[in-house]
Design a protein around this ligand. Structure first.
Ligand SMILES: [Mn+2]
Length: 336
């Protein structure tokens, strides 16, 4: 971190700032020029608030040289993190994973049909929403506890590990047998929720917020990791732009950038990103081609009658076709 001081700063004020900075355990280097004095900070500056410093009367500007996230940073952890979800199911480190299932859990019959079908096609993890963050309070909000029970039934029958979204930390006891806890886009910056999840030992799939940049996503991952839970999977699900033909705009460059900045696995959700079943396959292929560690895809046995996100849900047959095509891309990339 580099702090440039204003020209007329007196020695006493400067020393007071340096003493305060050093109380954070960093070393400081002072360089006095004819027109400007600069303080260079060496060491772990993650706990230092740049906004606070730049607001000081004597400070001209503050520049961060290293990223404010540490545990999620590839610099301190060069190897890819591989997250073991179940005995034979891992995410990250080049093991491509398909996560599939309906937007929301609706009935036992639905879960059984979809779970069986996606497993047969090659999905390694079953998804399904029990607590649904809907834009309208009048829309279907999910089956709650009963939804988790039906997911666990499907897990028992198929052997597939399950992922479902948490919205309230008070519900955590219901997630005891859930294999991956999802934090949805709308809760990406619910810091109290993230802190509590940092105390658990469950893998967390953290979705990018609809208007959040990648640094903010990584800082949210850092919240979970700082609490002691380093098993975080990042998920790109599209961001809000001026485009209206798609539900969101899928930012595939996020995959490349996140892989560069972080060692955490990155999966892509083309269903919520596009909002239309017909765009899911091309975006899934592109996600595989740009190095994603997996895909999260909504699959429903009867999309026109789905209680949530029907238009973007694939039929089991369409999902099967996507898996086959994505595998061709992955094979073509081997050694590329
Ligand atoms: Mn959905």
């Amino acid at each position: 971190m580099i702090i440039a001081l204003k020209k007329d700063t007196c020695r006493e004020e400067r020393e007071r700032l340096i003493t305060w900075l050093e109380s954070y355990g960093v070393r400081t280097h002072l360089s006095e020029g004819e027109f400007q004095t600069i303080i260079g900070l060496v060491g772990d500056t993650t706990r230092i608030d740049t906004d606070l410093i730049s607001g000081l009367e004597i400070v001209e500007s503050v520049t961060r040289i290293s990223e404010p996230f540490k545990k999620a940073n590839r610099k301190f952890h060069p190897d890819d993190t591989v997250i073991q979800v179940a005995e034979n199911v891992a995410v990250g480190g080049g093991q491509f994973q398909f996560i599939a299932g309906p937007c929301s859990v609706e009935s036992e019959e639905q879960m059984e049909t979809v779970a069986k079908a996606v497993k047969a096609s090659g999905a390694g993890i079953l998804r399904g929403g029990a607590f649904k963050p809907r834009t309208s309070p009048y829309d279907f909000q999910g089956l709650h506890e009963e939804g988790i029970r039906l997911l666990l039934e499907a897990k028992k029958r198929t052997g597939l590990p399950i992922i479902t979204e948490i919205m309230d930390i008070g519900h955590l006891p219901l997630f005891e047998q859930v294999d991956i806890i999802q934090v949805g886009a709308r809760n990406m910056q619910n810091f109290e929720l993230l802190k509590e999840l940092g105390k658990t030992d469950k893998p967390i799939l953290l979705k990018r917020g609809l208007a959040n940049n990648l640094k903010e996503l990584l800082m949210s991952a850092e919240y979970i990791m700082a609490g002691g839970n380093e098993r975080v999977i990042l998920c790109e699900r599209g961001v809000r732009t001026f485009e209206t033909y798609t539900r969101n705009t899928l930012d595939l460059s996020a995959v490349a950038v996140l892989h560069e900045l972080s060692h955490l696995p990155v999966v892509v959700d083309p269903s919520h990103a596009t909002g239309h079943a017909r765009y899911v396959k091309p975006m899934a292929l592109a996600a595989a081609a740009c190095g994603a560690d997996g895909l999260m895809i909504e699959v429903h046995n009867d999309p026109p009658h789905a209680r949530c996100d029907g238009p973007q849900s694939l039929t089991p047959e369409q999902f099967d076709d996507v898996v086959k095509s994505v595998r061709k891309v992955l094979d073509a990339l081997k050694g590329a």
